[in-house]
Design a protein around this ligand. Structure first.
Ligand SMILES: Cc1cc2nc3c(=O)[nH]c(=O)nc-3n(C[C@H](O)[C@H](O)[C@H](O)COP(=O)(O)OP(=O)(O)OC[C@H]3O[C@@H](n4cnc5c(N)ncnc54)[C@H](O)[C@@H]3O)c2cc1C
Ligand code: FES
Length: 248
């Protein structure tokens, strides 16, 4: 884990409320699918805690994140310009996506697809079969569609209101994939809970989000309960968990 001051290379609006930020990051060989970064994009201690973002892509000396502007921290991030410096803590997360098996189905809900995009490309580079299902409430929420189109991956698109792609949830696709497909998901809690109920007999991995203050296991702000009733820290014991492992 490094605490770095990194330069913004790009901070581009890619959807009505979504930005793609590219950052200098010199240790990309350490970054694996499932890792995340804690970012402070402002001077001083207000807001107090850094904000967590999945590593969506990496190059030799830089990383990309996709983020939705939802509150104060992400609002400040959206104002950053090329050449600005921000504090970045990472790589964070201990339990990451497993890459064993030949067939991998990736289910991304909204901005959750950014938690799966690095996994998708690494699996593809390993010669695995990768299929991505990307869903949002409506067509305006499909801010990573451009990435998906350029990725060369096989994919299906879903919207709740049917304004683009198939009408309904990405979870509708599950019935079309046999139990030999390893399922990886990242998205809103409601989607992950529903997937958990459908995961009987399958290998299903969920990348969780929880309110985080430290990001490295100290503050206990991000705990979820395991099936055995133990407390697990999403940042340190996850963020990726087997579907049967946690109570959501
Ligand atoms: C491991 C992890 C990876 C994430 N990856 C992404 C990503 O790639 N792209 C993206 O857009 N968002 C991602 N999120 C959610 C992102 O961290 C929140 O949207 C962000 O912290 C909101 O900050 P804010 O100040 O704008 O919002 P506010 O609502 O003002 O934030 C207030 C507080 O709530 C916490 N908080 C609010 N929403 C969330 C949330 N969903 N998850 C965790 N903490 C939250 C913040 O840490 C902060 O302390 C991730 C969260 C986690 C835990
Ligand atoms: S965010 Fe502090 S323990 Fe997880």
């Amino acid at each position: 884990m490094k605490d770095l001051v990194c330069k913004v290379i790009k901070n581009q609006k890619v959807g009505p409320y979504t930005y793609l930020m590219e950052l200098e990051f010199p240790y990309t060989e350490e970054l694996k699918p499932g890792h995340f970064l804690m970012i402070r994009a402002w001077d001083g201690l207000d807001p107090l805690s850094r904000r967590a973002f999945a590593v969506a892509d990496k190059r030799k000396d830089s990383v990309s994140i996709y983020y939705d502007v939802v509150g104060r921290g992400t609002g400040l991030m959206a104002k950053l310009k090329e050449g600005d410096s921000i504090r970045v803590l990472g790589p964070l997360g201990k339990k990451l996506f497993p890459m064993e098996g030949q067939k991998h189905l990736l289910l991304g809900g909204g901005i959750g697809l950014s938690g799966l995009s690095l996994l998708a490309m690494e699996l593809k580079n390993l010669g695995k079969d990768v299929f991505v299902c990307y869903g949002a409430r409506n067509s305006k929420g499909l801010s990573m569609k451009g990435w998906l189109e350029e990725s060369g991956l096989s994919y299906r698109i879903f919207t709740d209101d049917g304004s683009e792609g198939e009408k309904g949830s990405v979870l509708n696709a599950l019935k079309d994939f046999g139990k030999d497909w390893v399922v990886h998901a990242c998205g809103p809690m409601g989607m992950l809970k529903a997937l958990q109920r459908m995961s009987e007999g399958r290998k299903v991995y969920l990348s969780l989000e929880a309110p985080m203050a430290c990001g490295w296991g100290v503050c206990l702000g991000c705990v979820v309960r395991s099936k055995e009733g133990k407390f697990l820290r999403v940042c340190f014991d996850g963020p990726v968990f087997e579907a049967g492992e946690v109570m959501l």
